[in-house]
Design a binder for this molecule. Structure first.
Ligand code: AMP
Length: 315
């Protein structure tokens, strides 16, 4: 996770948990489509979970859980597979893109059936709204198609979900290339602020941030992308506006230093909580189990309804 993920997504989830009945699943089973090494997915799951709780997802409010802890996901995914056509799955552009990228490598069958598990992820929770980026819109469409088809075959069972555009958080640009979004896949680490970077590293990255040859401090993304990015990050970290912050500076140096400080202060408690949870695996797993139990109580009722509507013999 990097600073862009936090301002663009995580922070909105933390706010959103009080506005709706949110389910935040860590899709470890989906990760298996491209995994061939033991323990990698489990470790990544724990790290992501620790970050969820460290940024403020509250286990008493939100339902944060691990997909593999809720067996109904794989159970419903089979039913989904039985209600989607081969042709529909073949049309998924993500599948075409991913297999093209993996040419010559092992391509799992699960990469092809992936949308059936994703449909289960969504429909199990009677989700009304699913915040998705553009790359996942087609998978949400196929989920709707499967749900509509199932309802017409077996009677009203699923809530038909709607894609919503996630609330726009601040857009964080690369500190070395402020016309590109900050991203894990950036060419160099110098423009990327990781959530777990040391304070000294963060300060150094801000100190070296690319600016421009003028010297005035104002918020203007078009002509001053570097300075505007610093102002936007500073604003997001302190709850003020970029224009307001710009008024306090006449030079780039102090703006860079103060923005670095603001980010360090913002991340300090998050990093501390993260370290605490990673040091206390028992506590972390207990929090996840609590979320998984809540998720399961909803998921198992949905699966029971599905089996009943299909008319399977009760256990
Ligand atoms: P990714 O890890 O790129 O799949 O991004 C996960 C989420 O983080 C997406 O929903 C984006 O909205 C958000 N995100 C990632 N990078 C940035 C960024 N540089 N600025 C704002 N939001 C971002």
């Amino acid at each position: 996770m990097q600073l862009g993920n936090y301002f663009g997504a995580l922070r909105n989830w933390v706010i959103g948990q009080h506005e709706c009945d949110g389910f935040y699943g860590i899709a470890d089973l989906h990760a298996l489509t491209v995994t061939d090494t033991p323990n990698v997915v489990g470790q990544a799951t724990l790290e992501l979970a620790a970050m969820f709780f460290a940024v403020g997802l509250d286990p008493d409010v939100a339902t944060a859980f691990v997909q593999s802890h809720v067996p109904e996901h794989t159970q419903l995914s089979w039913v989904m597979a039985c209600n989607v056509s081969f042709g529909e799955l073949t049309r998924m552009t993500q599948f075409k893109d991913k297999t093209a990228k993996r040419e010559g490598e092992f391509t799992s069958g699960a990469l092809f059936t992936y949308p059936t598990l994703m449909a289960a992820d969504i429909l199990l929770y009677d989700a009304e709204e699913v915040p998705v980026g553009d790359d996942q819109r087609q998978h949400l469409e196929i989920t709707r198609d499967i749900a509509i088809r199932f309802n017409s075959r077996f009677g009203e069972t699923f809530v038909i979900p709607r894609a919503i555009t996630p609330k726009a958080g601040a857009r964080v640009m690369d500190l070395q290339d402020p016309t590109s979004k900050m991203s894990k896949s950036a060419a160099s680490d110098a423009g990327l602020v990781n959530m777990l970077d040391d304070p000294a590293v963060i300060l150094k990255k801000f100190k070296r941030a690319v600016t421009d040859s003028e010297s005035d401090v104002r918020f203007d993304r078009e002509t001053k992308p570097g300075i505007s990015n610093l102002l936007e990050i500073h604003a997001a970290a302190t709850g003020r506006t970029p224009d307001e912050i710009a008024k306090g500076y006449t030079q780039y140096g102090p703006l860079k230093a103060d923005t670095g400080d603001a980010v360090v202060e913002l991340l300090r408690p998050i990093q501390a909580r993260y370290a605490e949870l990673m040091d206390d695996r028992g506590e972390l797993v207990a929090l996840l189990r609590k979320g998984s139990a809540k998720a399961r109580s909803v998921a198992s009722a949905t699966l029971a309804r599905v089996y009943e509507h299909i008319g399977l013999v009760p256990r």
